[in-house]
Design a binder for this molecule. Sequence first.
Ligand code: ADP
Length: 630
Amino acid sequence: MEPAPDGPVELERHLEQQMRAQERQLAAVRLGMAAVGALLLAFVIPDLPGRLALLVVVGAIAAWSLLVPWLLGRFPAREVGIVSTVIDMAAVTIAVYVAADAIDIYLFYGLVILATALRFGLGASLWSSLVMSGMYAAVVVVGGTLGDARLELLPVRIGYLIGFGVVAGLFSRIVIGRATDNARLRQRVAEEEQQREQIRERELLSRLGRDFGASLDRQATLDAVAEGAAPLLGGATIVFVVDDPERRLLPESAAGPDAELVAAWRAHAETRPPRLAEGLIGAVGATAVARQATEIATGDPDGMRELGIEWLLAVPILAGGRLLGVLATAGRRDRPLNERIGRLAEAVAERAGPAIQNAQLWSDLQDRMSRERAAQRIKDDFLSIVSHELRTPLTSIQGYSQLLEGRLRGSSGETKEMAHLRVIRSQVGRMRRLVDDLLDVSRIDRRGGVSIEPIDFDLAEELRDAVSRIAREHTDRRIDVAVPASLPVHADRDRIDQVLTNLIENAVKYSPDGGPIAVSAEGRGGEVEVRVADTGVGIPAEHRENVFERFYQADDDAGRRRFGGLGLGLYISRAIVDAHGGRIWVAANGDAPSGSVFGFRIPRVAMPLAPAEIAPTGEPPAFVLRRRDG
Ligand code: ADP
């Protein structure tokens, strides 16, 4: 079957092809008739007058017919047809003239008219019959004599020629019309089939695109690409991934209908992974341009000869302009390479790129996260060990200095040594608090929060105690307290005390000019709120949220640290408040030109979580609180 045309241009090409075929057939018929004519002239009617002239005409017709195939290769069939018609007309007319007295050659005009009708349709057929009638009449009139039978028959014969022109034209209209209709029909069928094929391909590719992105696991994605692409491509398909440090392409996944070829090719590619720029696959890896081959390259790096591969096609897998790998497909004789395979391979590679990139990024991220977690664990362990180790000597220094102080007090009353011992004890106390903070931080990091043991106590009383304790240490400072007579809560007393102490001591520490400090507390529905306001250095708005971060310390304008400390107090305070199901915050002190207000809220009563909900730590179980429902 002829290939079906598939578009208006195709249709024209198809019709031109048909006309050429017809012209060749007409030339063959003409040649046959010339041969018969020549034989007749040579053997059957050798004494025909004007025989030589007729032989020349027959020879000219034969020569022209032999020339037609060559001319058809260079000129449009229509032009060749027009010239053929003119030559035919001239030849018949000359023959009619030469053989006027012997035979009736005018009948050959009929054949010329028929050929014209087949070539150009009804109109041309009619015109040619008129022209030939004229030519015939002229020849008869010029060559005839009065009483010549031909002269008498002229009107009938002209009528016959014109009638033939009409009939031949109508006949050709039916034949040519049907041929054109057939061609159009075939074209439509082919177009529809092509559209259906395109829809099928689009659906298939969009399904593949979804399958490729279904998993974030790198190997699962590579397998999905190879397995999804395999049925559409050659006998075997391999997904190669670029191995940057080695400048090689590693076969990461393979699939295909030809199981034997899949296994053999994969084994070949694993033992000899293509190097970039080497062989066809390597060349695609180096240039990111698709290539195909049906011939073995020097040295056969792609294994075409070794594996009996007939053809090989490789397309780059790109994402964001970066080459990630190569999709290679190959086939043996039973599965030839065609234009569809090339198109699908490119479409598959296009969809595979982003999916593979996502999977790779995800796996890189996982690696990095697990490395970071490991580093964090080492650091937490270190912090925990160091703090524990520091605590023991500090406890004994504190204990022995207390012992010495007691003895000195008993023996000699207040002395200079006793004052020195008190300094030692207070500095050791400070150091212990720092070590305790470090230990708390390491616990928070390892457990993801603080453990608390809630009891019933009076927050108002706790607050008053904390303020008077700190006021005793800072006799020069004014600390105002505004709390109700009692504020019962169910919370971790020591931990809440730690938060209160931290906030009040910070207020003292960060108001070096000695401004007043106001501490207040009140009940708010099911919660209690505590506020500590100072008129000190304050915190720029953009840093307020940062102060609750680990090791955060604000610098002064020159970038120097003005106050001591580790930047842990607020971090621990927030963890404690969080564990109570509360919230801690900081704002500018609106009642003073400078300074800050730190506040926190916790529920009056909180519910401990079940032990299973606490992260395992190896330490005694503790309580993490949450709000009571409602
Ligand atoms: P430390 O006081 O040991 O540095 P904190 O966690 O208690 O650690 O505080 C973190 C930082 O927050 C401090 O370094 C300080 O810059 C800022 N800050 C805390 N409290 C105040 C305050 N009352 N006024 C101004 N800045 C404060």
